[in-house]
Design a binder for this molecule. Structure first.
Ligand SMILES: [Zn+2]
Ligand SMILES: [Zn+2]
Length: 333
C-alpha cells in the first residue's frame, strides 16, 4: 500500500478537491477513504492442537480460547493507514470492520476476513502420545500406606505445577499405583524435580535422586531420573522416640514434636515411632503428686504413670505403653 500523508494546512485548502465540501484538508476523509485502503488484512492461518486445544502463538503453544486467539491474530496481522485513528474494530463472520477518524471525518471501512484453522498435534501432545518421559517420581510412606489425603494433595500439587508450565515436555505421562505407594511419570526432569520437592515439603519427607542412562543422542548421554520421595511415618499425636526422649508429634510436616515430660519443643527428624495415635487408649487424670499422675483409663482401671507436662486433675489423656511401662500425656496441650 502506498502511503500518502496529507499535510493539514487550513490556510490554503478549505474545500475538498473531490466533493467540494468544506474541509481543513485538501481531500476530505470520506473521499480519501473511498480512494485509498485504510485497512489491510491478508489471509492467515491458526494452528490448534486437536488433542489439548492449545493454540500456537508468537510465544509458543498456549492454552487459550480459539475465539480469543483469532482476535489476537487479527490485531497482529492487520495493517492500518498511519493517519487513520482506529476507534472500534468489529469482527463479523466473514468481514472485519474498522471505524475511526481520518482527516476530520468519521469513517467505517471493511475487509474480508479470511483465515484457516489448521488442526495438528502440538509438540507436547506428540511427545506424550509417543510415551516420552524423563522422570519418575516414586512416592512412598515409611511404615504405612499412602492415605487418601496424601493422594489428593499429590494430585493437586501435580496439577498446579503442570498448569503453571508450558514447555513441550511439561506433562504427566501416566500414574501407576503400586502396593507400596504411587509412581508418577513426567515428560520433563524439571517437572519431576519440582513435584517431588513440593510433595516432600507439603507432606513432610525427604527426596533422593538417582539417574540412569536412557539413550545416547548425538554422542551425548540422555538420562532418566528417579525421584524417590519418602514421606515420614509419624503423624500428628503419634509418639516417637528421639535421642532417648519420648515426644508427641505436634506437626508431622514440619517434623516438630514436644517432649511429653518437659513440654520442650523437639525436632523429630530421624526419630522412631513407639506408639501410633490410633492404637492409644484414653483416660482421665484423677490425682496428681509431684512425680506421678493417677489415671482412670477407658475401662475404669486406675493406673499410675510418670507425671506428664501439662497434667491437671480432670484432664483427658492418651495412654500408651513403652518398654513395658505405661505413659500418658494430655490430649490437648
Ligand atoms: Zn470530499
Ligand atoms: Zn496438544
Amino acid at each position: 500500500m502506498e502511503l500518502k500523508f496529507i499535510i493539514r494546512n487550513p490556510t490554503f485548502y478549505v474545500k475538498c478537491i473531490v466533493c467540494g465540501k468544506e474541509s481543513d484538508y485538501k481531500i476530505c476523509g470520506k473521499c480519501f477513504s473511498e480512494r485509498n485502503r485504510l485497512l489491510n488484512l491478508q489471509k492467515f492461518e491458526i494452528e490448534v492442537c486437536s488433542r489439548c486445544e492449545s493454540v500456537k502463538t508468537q510465544r509458543g503453544w498456549v492454552k487459550k480460547d480459539l475465539k480469543k486467539a483469532i482476535e489476537e491474530k487479527i490485531l497482529e496481522e492487520m495493517q492500518l493507514f498511519p493517519d487513520f485513528r482506529l476507534e472500534n474494530l468489529e469482527i463479523a463472520e466473514k468481514v472485519l470492520i474498522a471505524s475511526g477518524e481520518i482527516y476530520g471525518e468519521k469513517v467505517s471501512v471493511s475487509v474480508p476476513l479470511n483465515y484457516r484453522i489448521h488442526r495438528i498435534a502440538c509438540p507436547r501432545c506428540s511427545r506424550k502420545s509417543g510415551g516420552y518421559y524423563e522422570a519418575i517420581v516414586q512416592i512412598r510412606a515409611r511404615g504405612r500406606e499412602l492415605k487418601s489425603e496424601d493422594l489428593s494433595i499429590i494430585d493437586k500439587i501435580t496439577r498446579e505445577i503442570i498448569e503453571e508450565s508450558s514447555g513441550e515436555k511439561d506433562f504427566i505421562l501416566k500414574v501407576e499405583e503400586k502396593e507400596s505407594g504411587i509412581d508418577l511419570y513426567f515428560g520433563s526432569r524439571k517437572i519431576g524435580e519440582k513435584v517431588s520437592r513440593r510433595v516432600a515439603q507439603e507432606l513432610g519427607g525427604s527426596v533422593s535422586v538417582t539417574k540412569k542412562i536412557h539413550t545416547r543422542i548425538d554422542g551425548r548421554d540422555v538420562y532418566r531420573y528417579t525421584y524417590l520421595v519418602r514421606l515420614s511415618e509419624a503423624e500428628e499425636n503419634d509418639v516417637v522416640l528421639k535421642d532417648g526422649k519420648i515426644c508427641v508429634v505436634k506437626n508431622a510436616k514440619m517434623q516438630k514434636g514436644m517432649e511429653i515430660m518437659t513440654g520442650k519443643s523437639v525436632n523429630i527428624r530421624n526419630s522412631r515411632i513407639i506408639a501410633k495415635r490410633d492404637s492409644m487408649d484414653w483416660g482421665i487424670i484423677t490425682n496428681l503428686d509431684e512425680h506421678i499422675a493417677e489415671i482412670m483409663d477407658s475401662s475404669g482401671r486406675i493406673i499410675l504413670v510418670p507425671k506428664p507436662y501439662g497434667a491437671e486433675i480432670g484432664k483427658e489423656v492418651l495412654i500408651f505403653e513403652f518398654e513395658k511401662k505405661k505413659y500418658a500425656f494430655p490430649k490437648e496441650i
